[in-house]
Design a protein around this ligand. Sequence first.
Ligand SMILES: Cc1cc2nc3c(=O)[nH]c(=O)nc-3n(C[C@H](O)[C@H](O)[C@H](O)COP(=O)(O)OP(=O)(O)OC[C@H]3O[C@@H](n4cnc5c(N)ncnc54)[C@H](O)[C@@H]3O)c2cc1C
Length: 434
Amino acid sequence: MKRSLLWLRHDLRIDDHPALLRAAQARDHMVCLYCIDPRWFVADNWQSRRVGHHPWRFIHESLVALSARLETLGQRLVIRVGDPVAVVTQLMRNHWIDKLVCSAPFGEEERGQYLAIQNALGHHRCEVLQAQTLFEYQQLPFELSDLPATFSQFRKAVAKHAFRPLYPAPQRLPPPLQLDSQALPPPFTVPNLQYQGGESAGKAHLAHYFASDAPQSYKLTRNDLDEWSSSTKLSPWLAQGCLSARQVMAALDHYQATVEKNGSTEWIGVELLWREYFYWFALSSGPKLFAAGGRTGVRRHVSFYPERFARWCAGETPFAIVNAAMRQLNHTGFLSNRLRQLVASALVHELEIDWRYGAAYFQQQLIDHDLPCNWGNWQYLAGVGADPRGGRRFDLAKQTEMYDPDGRYRARWQGEPVAITEPLDEAGWPQPDG
Ligand SMILES: Cc1cc2nc3c(=O)[nH]c(=O)nc-3n(C[C@H](O)[C@H](O)[C@H](O)COP(=O)(O)OP(=O)(O)OC[C@H]3O[C@@H](n4cnc5c(N)ncnc54)[C@H](O)[C@@H]3O)c2cc1C
């Protein structure tokens, strides 16, 4: 291989990056490409954009950091705006690049793009390596078509299996080709110092978390609504691949071997396995990840009420806890797992809206948006995914009493129940249009 092109997507790091190491074997030149699809910023069928202001701010910072790190290795990041299939195939053809290398895609659209490029260029010129998961595909003890139907079966099946190896960072990379790079669209939100994008910020946060006592009480605190140290807060860096799940698991193993191992530390590993499960779930579901009936094909009676949806997004529902959470989400781009469950349950079970509108809104807002985790969790809550109990409906009054008994969280995010003045249907909601 004389010239390689590394197509970066959700793997914005240098360490533990098998695709980057493979592309670095090029004898003459290497191109490091990040492609921005203009369609990310346009509302889709579910009325939300693929990438909203909060996640874009985080991605932007991650790209700036990656670009600087690549320069220390004699490389540079090329940014192109356009349809990734056209951008990649044209670069490969126009610059006589032998090999495209990328991390294995898990989402249906990205997989489709990769296959289209492979069709255009030929199989021998395209190679994928596994960077986002704990296991490589070949290490799974079952065929993907036999993926266990529930998480507990999955956890049991993989329990005794070793994870993929960790890969070292390269010392040097082949020189870049002299290609034009386009400007990054600017971020539209102010920096959030707690969640700063980039590999070194992610590593610093990982080191800080595992230098604290917080892992020892994780299982007791992980359901808190809004405390910084109640959970790892690693998800934004994992979502953009500034850190790999394998690196986080290695840090956890080290902590357990050298500091303490208890039920809480072990539970962090269980949550990382949930992430793993949703990745393989997404891959095996294909387009069903986005179908109303989800993986199960069971169609719930749902509809789309524009008024209800707009109020849910804005935090103007009759449920104070939901309103506070949606205000936090809109303001910061982050929500704790418990609050994600509550607002999702409200959308699906109280407002009876098609779950995909909620999932798409989360996709637009969350700084840690991660396709398999988001859409898999929404399916689970809506009862069309991997939940053996067939969906989760949370009693919002009880949950509020349990997790926000003194109203501190609602007060912090000004969550007031909003009275509705328009004519109501029997469920207490404005009459749907038409
Ligand atoms: C409706 C809904 C949508 C969600 N959307 C996303 C999303 O877009 N991106 C995302 O990373 N997570 C998503 N989650 C899962 C979970 O809420 C977040 O991973 C978690 O809140 C992130 O905070 P943390 O890093 O402190 O998690 P921790 O509690 O510290 O967990 C450690 C890591 O384990 C993984 N993890 C934890 N819980 C889950 C879970 N339920 N499913 C899958 N992986 C998990 C994450 O990678 C997380 O960073 C969603 C959950 C729900 C209910």
